[in-house]
Design a protein around this ligand. Structure first.
Ligand code: GLN
Length: 190
């Protein structure tokens, strides 16, 4: 199974490493044509405004929207979660508008700009290592969205059918279990 990682900006190599560790084949995606060669895609962390601008410049908005419409799985981590959300708090326009969630950027405040913790993630395990860096939160979820994890009563991971989102960086650890979960979603979709 080929899993693309959108390589416009952000933590790309780390995702490729864990996709491969989980038994998939990670592919660096820089052009929209490459979307035809992959079975699922990860939109990494970084800076969502920058990723959004580059997606517009390189035609990835319509490219990824039709990728998702074909039922192919999309996984957004941190800034990637912001990029796939339908609504972003305080911003009139969202980016890909795929997942029925409302997100708040930089939701943990200055004191807790970055931290690590073990999370219980539904369908995966009770002790998944998670790294949060200026992380967003999921404020609201629509009807078809399943909450997979919370941190101090706030939603930090969710799934809507073929769409998966995490506030944190699962790729900055050696724990490949969230990538393995996404690989399973891709297997089911095929
Ligand atoms: N704060 C960033 C944003 O709003 C996301 C941070 C990250 O991806 N680590 O885009």
């Amino acid at each position: 199974m080929k899993i693309g990682v959108l390589a416009l900006q952000g933590a790309v190599a780390e995702h490729i490493r864990l996709i491969n560790k989980a038994g998939g084949e990670g592919v660096i995606v820089k052009k929209t044509e490459q979307l035809d060669e992959v079975d699922g895609i990860i939109i990494p962390g970084g800076e969502s405004t920058t990723i959004g601008k580059l997606m517009r410049t390189f035609n990835f908005i319509t490219g990824l929207q039709s990728f998702s419409q074909q039922g192919k799985p999309v996984f957004g981590t941190c800034a990637g979660l912001i990029v796939i959300a339908k609504h972003i708090e305080g911003q009139p326009e969202a980016h890909l508008q795929l997942m029925d969630i409302k997100v708040t950027r930089n939701a943990f405040g200055r004191q807790r700009e970055s931290f690590e913790t073990d999370l219980a993630i539904k369908g995966i395990a009770d002790d998944v290592r998670a790294v949060f860096i200026r992380a967003p939160l999921i404020e609201e979820v629509g009807e078809g969205v399943e909450v997979l994890a919370t941190y101090r009563d706030q939603i930090v991971a969710a799934r809507q059918g073929h769409l998966l989102a995490a506030s944190f960086h699962p790729e900055l650890t050696d724990d490949e279990r969230m990538h393995a979960y996404f690989l399973n979603m891709v297997r089911e979709a095929k």
